[in-house]
Design a protein around this ligand. Sequence first.
Ligand SMILES: Cc1cc2nc3c(=O)[nH]c(=O)nc-3n(C[C@H](O)[C@H](O)[C@H](O)COP(=O)(O)OP(=O)(O)OC[C@H]3O[C@@H](n4cnc5c(N)ncnc54)[C@H](O)[C@@H]3O)c2cc1C
Length: 475
Amino acid sequence: MIEFYLNERKIRTDAPPGAGLLGFIRKEQGLKGAKLVCQEGECAACAVLVGALKGDSVQYRSMCSCIMPLANAQGRHVVTIEGINGAELTPVQQAIADCHGSQCGFCTPGFVVSLTGTLLGGRRPGYGQLRQAIDGNICRCTGYKSIERAAQRIAEELPAADYGLEALIREGYLPAYFRDMAARLAAIADPTRQGLPEEETASAAPLFLGGGTDLLVQAPRKVQHSAVQPVFNQPALKGVREEGGRCIIGAAATATDLQESELFQSVLNPADGFFHLLSSTPIRNMSTVGGNLINASPIGDFTILFLALDSDVRLQDGRRERTLPLKDFYLDYKKMDRRPEERLAAIEFDMPKKSLCFSFEKVSARRNLDIASVNTAALLEIGGDGAIRTAHLSAGGVGPIPMYLRRTAAFLKGELLDEELLKAALAAMQEEIAPISDARGSAEYKRLLLRQLVLAHFQKAAAGRVDVGSLALPG
Ligand SMILES: Cc1cc2nc3c(=O)[nH]c(=O)nc-3n(C[C@H](O)[C@H](O)[C@H](O)COP(=O)(O)OP(=O)(O)OC[C@H]3O[C@@H](n4cnc5c(N)ncnc54)[C@H](O)[C@@H]3O)c2cc1C
């Protein structure tokens, strides 16, 4: 039995936990405001807000209901456009109407939901945050400028004094029932319970279910008819923390959790804009790091990032736990050193010292909402004497698995960094990779891309000590 609130109404359902939320909302509940368009999380015409109890208030995130499994609604407040509508247009809807931000109107509910969700973060958002909130919403009519003008107007007109839930209800941005949602969610016995009968969770080879952003795109029917074991809302698999100099990330931490973690952000190179290269706001709200690693795509962005951080993965089967290096985890295309009953519990790595430089690079056909043609990361330390003290390099899109570039890293480690060494290392790297030609580019193109992106790592780490620019054109 799955129990949650859909707008103002409490839902108790025996529908399969792996079924898509959008189908349930539209077919079972007759709410047609959230639209079914791409069914791949790429357009957010199906956007809903999903509220989770945090202390004594509710934290809302926008999500794509077309690929959100029903199980992940357990204990949550799901808000569709019908749950925002009142007798009058809300100021968000009014701004979109006045600025001509709606033409055919098919995508408009998704925009209203995404924008309204941004108002619920506790702090008064500015134009930048409102603009960011709709990075996953696609509109095919307006050309976006009118929607951006609406976002600008919303930012200007938001209540300034006592900004918060009460002010938003008073000014008509939200219906009054939002006031009671924290108490209502608290009354659902255990908001983290996943609503699965014991015999299903005891399955010998359960289908672990994170945010569903890979599974419900790749195999929605299989998920609907499988004995799924949802991990998305498991408290034991959440969180980002430091323990004894190690950074430990729960496998069910979402991309947004990491984006909001100061600890994790301190590891990244701010100039790389890692999270801006990763999917979109609603998908980052849903996608877990564990899902990225276990999906085992050769171009998974988190996978490539964690490989360069020389991470370990912690696996549990209910009785035992084991830890192994991520670089030994991938055996062949989509094959891992993992038994079917083992779930990924955490990813961990040594917090890099200040002298280390972390770098992430990704090239995709589109800058936003696209997976990589080639991605790569590096953790490098170059001593005052010019010697390379630490070298970890990873690369995606250049082989059947996400690659830790062992031979290239070993070639570099301990050597004095100069143009000749770098040139030889780049040549050695070409021996280590085996890209294929596919829709994301020819094998030659991917070889060239990786070469240039690895040079970019060294440009950042060497900070002018070698003339990386002189190598930019392959000789
Ligand atoms: C529109 C869109 C854009 C995207 N953009 C990007 C992008 O830019 N970069 C990128 O790398 N990816 C991208 N993705 C892919 C996807 O979002 C990520 O791979 C994501 O991290 C998967 O996490 P999830 O929780 O949704 O996984 P799920 O779909 O829930 O699961 C994926 C796999 O992992 C398994 N699994 C999940 N959690 C566990 C666990 N704890 N233990 C054992 N097995 C587990 C599942 O059984 C399944 O096999 C995109 C997807 C969409 C739909």
